[in-house]
Design a protein around this ligand. Structure first.
Ligand SMILES: [Zn+2]
Length: 255
């Protein structure tokens, strides 16, 4: 069976729901943390339409998640952001200002503030998450060695906030889960030693009650199977919601 398809994603969410995990956004968790929680974090590096499909699909399954947008033309899309906000998900800033400013802290914090302001036209952004910028010598997270997140009304950053240290992290890299070979900066060392390669391993461990109560699944929707996404691209500005409902209910194609 192919992995990293929408069908697999639907199954994963359903399995966690059946095991009584509460779905919270990063923001919600920081405000009122649940004891047994699954956080779905999405980094919208590019192809934002894929994230819209994820957002609609989650909405159909009655769960809320967090979408971190970059301000680049590959990621930022006003219409898509508005639609994701309307579905009740959280929007945050996937910042890369220090890398883009080539290590100039003043320039970087100026553009961070400006970009945050742009995103806040659509959503009262409370959390941000660094972009890995694998090709850059500068690590975006270092911005916070000089400045403070709170000064910008930010309550959390998944790579910094201590609240997330106790979480078990699952991240989609190179079409595998937790593939450290491809993870450069996008990784968090949690203390868990649970071997997971494909999505079936996640569900298998879940069935055997081997997964911890606090989990973050971090995905990049542009990395997921693209056949279906290419097709839906045409329908972004039409009623994508009904199309997705149709596919979920009919299961006629391999989503
Ligand atoms: Zn990223």
């Amino acid at each position: 069976m192919r992995d990293f398809t929408l069908k697999i994603y639907i199954q994963l969410i359903s399995n966690f729901k059946n095991h009584n995990y509460k779905f919270q956004t990063i923001e919600k968790y920081l405000i009122e943390p649940s004891a047994k929680v699954l956080i779905l974090r999405h980094d919208v590096d590019k192809r934002p339409v894929n994230s819209l499909v994820f957002a609609e699909l989650e909405n159909n399954l009655n769960v809320k998640s967090t979408y971190y947008f970059r301000l680049t033309k590959d990621s930022f899309n006003e219409e898509i952001i508005k639609k994701i906000v309307k579905l009740g998900h959280e929007i945050g800033y996937h910042y890369e200002d220090l890398a883009l400013a080539k290590g100039d802290f003043e320039k970087a914090i100026y553009s961070f503030k400006k970009n945050l302001g742009i995103l806040r036209k659509y959503y009262p952004v409370k959390t941000v998450c660094m972009h890995g910028s694998p090709l850059s010598a500068w690590n975006n997270i270092k911005l916070w060695e000089k400045y403070k997140l709170e000064e910008f009304g930010i309550i959390g950053e998944p790579y910094i906030s201590s609240e997330f240290k106790e979480f078990f992290y699952l991240t989609d890299t190179g079409r595998k889960w937790n593939n450290n070979k491809f993870n450069f900066r996008d990784k968090i060392n949690s203390g868990y030693n649970i071997n997971i390669c494909d999505s079936r391993d996640i569900s298998g461990n879940l069935m055997k009650n081997k997964l911890p109560d606090k989990i973050i699944i971090s995905t990049h929707p542009q990395r997921w199977d693209n056949n279906y996404f290419k097709w839906t691209q045409e329908f972004v500005y039409q009623n994508i919601k009904n199309i997705i409902k149709y596919f979920i209910s009919s299961r006629k194609i391999d989503v």
